[in-house]
Design a protein around this ligand. Sequence first.
Ligand code: C2E
Ligand code: CA
Ligand code: CA
Length: 571
Amino acid sequence: HQPQTLLGSDSSELDHPDDRPVIEAAWRRVLAAPETVERVEARVRHADGTWRWAEHVLTNLLDDPDVGGVVVNVRDLSERRRAELELERRSLLDGLTGLAGRRLLLDRITQALVWGRRHGYLTGLVLLDVVDLAATNEALGTAGGDEVLRVLAERLPAAVRQGDSVARVGGGTFAVLLEDMASVEEVRARAATLADAVGGPVECGSRSAVLTLRVGIGHSPAPDAGALLAAAERSLQRADGSRAAGQATDVSHVGTRTRNELATAVVSGQLRLHLQPVVRLDGTMVAAEALVRWQHPQRGLLMPAEFIPLAETSGMILDLGAWVLRESCQQAARWRAAGTPYRVAVNLSPRQLVDGGLVELVSAVLRETGALPEDVVLEVTESALMDDPGAERVLAALHDAGVGVALDDFGTGYSSLTYLKRFPVDTIKVDRSFVAGLGRSADDEAIVASVVSLARAVGKTVVAEGVEDLTQLAVLRRLRVDLAQGYLWSPAVPAVALDSWLAARGTVPDVVASGPVADQEDVERILALHRRGASLHTIAAALNTEQRRTADGRRWTTTTVARVVAGSAAP
Ligand code: C2E
Ligand code: CA
Ligand code: CA
């Protein structure tokens, strides 16, 4: 809208009819007392006729002689709102199976509890968990393991009654919500039927696996959805092995062996710490993320996906995590002693946060190794924070002690932009699934842009994960993301390899200097002008006039334009 078209008009005519009650209520509250401030989010009609989400801040300045009115500030929120809706949509469904995810399940449990209370039904929750998913992955490969989960996801809806909700709540764990049970016995009976219906042999390509499921149940009364799910998860933990015992299969057999081997690995020096540089967008390294590998005597170098899930279910993660923390702090102390105090980021598993003693462990390891609190960043996921109320306190304590805390995989869990400022973290790591779409998906860009603008507002640092190409880098620069990591600079490598790069060049390999040059938009612009016969000089001048910059932030020159033209001529 132009100011003159609005002058003298009634602003409420621009409000969305559905949002008028909210706005009117805000007005009532604001008018009730001088100096009251009210903030509401509501839709406003844009000059182009569409509805836009906007923040309205109403301030009662009736008593202020200079104003004598109510001041309303309206700010367009549509980008942020769009990002929020997109995040929400993605977080509700499980990417692998298309079933409901954990958060959607929690919503449904909440509704079921209310409905059950009102109508006198018991709410039951059955969890079915693939015993030794790690061993399945090992026997069939990760793709085979995923296939097995998809097969289960297809069998489950066929085995439930209409109206029962099915969800995937974690690695190999599925949930079925039973809304109208008469008794706990009925929940138990249904659980047994379900396990029989979906367990058993699974064909996976030419291989077949016999799957054993553990079963856990929870039922009302429960104070809330989270408590019901937690009760079912505890019952699942207690079921550990009991069903598997009678039905030992090849798959669970491999699992037991791997479990023992992993215990040996931790104490006998088979774990390796690899480090991935975290860089500013000009390529200078500021930190490194510790990523653990297992040098298996027979199977070679194993990646975390092949053993961390097993470490988590077997409790071994506590020893493994302590080992990683100690190694990481040693590395940080070495860098500090060498006069290059890079921070080291350490991944924490949720178990480490809830099992107690983390604060003590961290301070003991710092003392032992001589690293300083500010040399360490602990990475946690949103779900670790949301699922356990104690986790937030533990992190806050570490944070107060000067240790850095980062929110990992942002966008894959609960992903509330609104909660972002509340978490006791100083860094947000945008998950690589969003980074992957930069330059191709406007939704991904809107999400990253919103994370950055919110992070700015509350003084948090943003790291983009999984940066693989220059198009992504160009967008990240435009969005003013602070830090990044990814194969574009380096995968995780042993400390010696990282050190020799740093010694040789003072920086990690600088891909940008040798590579090309522009984001996709500029490339297309350049090629179009080139086709119309514009000289390199004219093209460079045109881009510079529009304040466009090359991927490394410089003004265009005939050389960089030539590089784009030449690059696109190559096969
Ligand atoms: P994460 O914390 O999200 O770590 C990033 C993962 O992305 C790493 O995989 C890394 O190698 C990979 N990555 C980095 N840059 C790129 C890229 O440009 N493209 C692609 N496609 N991938 C990239 P990795 O090392 O296999 O680790 C997987 C996960 O295992 C980690 O995810 C983390 O959740 C877990 N993990 C690793 N080390 C530890 C540990 O010491 N303790 C715990 N609890 N978890 C760990
Ligand atoms: Ca991480
Ligand atoms: Ca991550």
